[in-house]
Write a protein that binds this ligand. Structure first.
Ligand code: BTN
Length: 243
């Protein structure tokens, strides 16, 4: 598989999108030491100086577009397993943040290009705070963020993380293409801290839904049970776990 390595780009997702449109193969990886304009979900900026793993994977899966969102959940499983192998207790917060001790250490930004019957390409962007200096973050973000270095109290070898992650990713992607979605969801269920928790979900358009997260559907929607026992499926939103 091809790896494109950069010292500095605006966003590895943007580079990956350009490469995907121009015929780059399934499985190619774009890595950069620094991103000048790293992108987070919901149009937010993702701080990406040197000190983190910033990478994007180009995928051209032969699956129905309705299954594309499961790639994000599957990637969360791969990151959580990679971090656990490094010795931290990583957990997934629905839909796709990876937490250690309730603080975010990794975010995933998936951008898919599809029509109603097929997927052209999917870009999966992963940002892991390995040796990041947390003091550069705006205070409200810093509060909820951690780095592997901080958790493990030692310098982290980015290459080791990248190597483990890409190997695990390849195994997961094979399962994915064989449509073993149920296996992937079961792994996700074991690694999440969202199911079983009381949550508040801020949905698009600002509506807030409160209740117990009781499960996930086979297309990746979170199932919330509200006080009166009513069940709601949520496809997307910002999830806060209340403890
Ligand atoms: C989030 O908001 O939690 C998602 C953050 C995703 C960041 C990664 S870093 C590599 C890739 N390139 C980007 O511009 N964003 C993603």
């Amino acid at each position: 598989k091809e790896i494109f390595y950069f010292k500095e780009v605006n966003s590895t997702n943007s580079v990956a999108k350009f490469l995907a449109k121009n015929g780059t193969d399934d499985g190619a990886v774009v890595l950069s030491e620094v991103q000048l304009n790293g992108k987070g979900r919901r149009g937010k900026k993702w701080e990406s100086p040197s000190g983190g793993v910033w990478l994007s994977i180009i995928l051209k899966p032969k699956i129905s577009p309705s299954k594309a969102s499961l790639i994000t959940l599957a990637t969360g499983v791969v990151v959580a397993k990679t971090l656990k192998a490094m010795g931290v207790d990583a957990k997934i917060k629905w839909p796709n943040d990876i937490l250690i001790n309730n603080k975010k250490v990794c975010g995933i930004l998936t951008e898919a290009h599809a029509n109603y019957k097929s997927v052209d390409y999917v870009i999966v962007g992963i940002g892991i705070d390995t040796n990041l200096n947390l003091d550069i973050l705006p205070p409200i973000i810093k509060e909820g963020t951690t780095s592997l270095k901080k958790e493990l109290k030692k310098d982290i070898d980015d290459n080791e993380i990248i190597y483990t992650f890409l190997n695990e990713f390849e195994l997961m992607y094979e399962k994915f293409q064989k449509e073993k979605f149920e296996d992937i969801l079961n792994e996700w269920r074991l690694l999440t801290q969202t199911i079983g928790s009381y949550v508040e979900i801020k949905q698009p358009f600002g509506k807030i839904l409160k209740g117990h997260a009781v499960g996930i559907t086979n297309s990746g929607a979170l199932i919330i049970e509200s006080e009166n026992g009513e069940l709601t499926k949520v496809i997307s939103g910002e999830c806060a776990i209340k403890t």
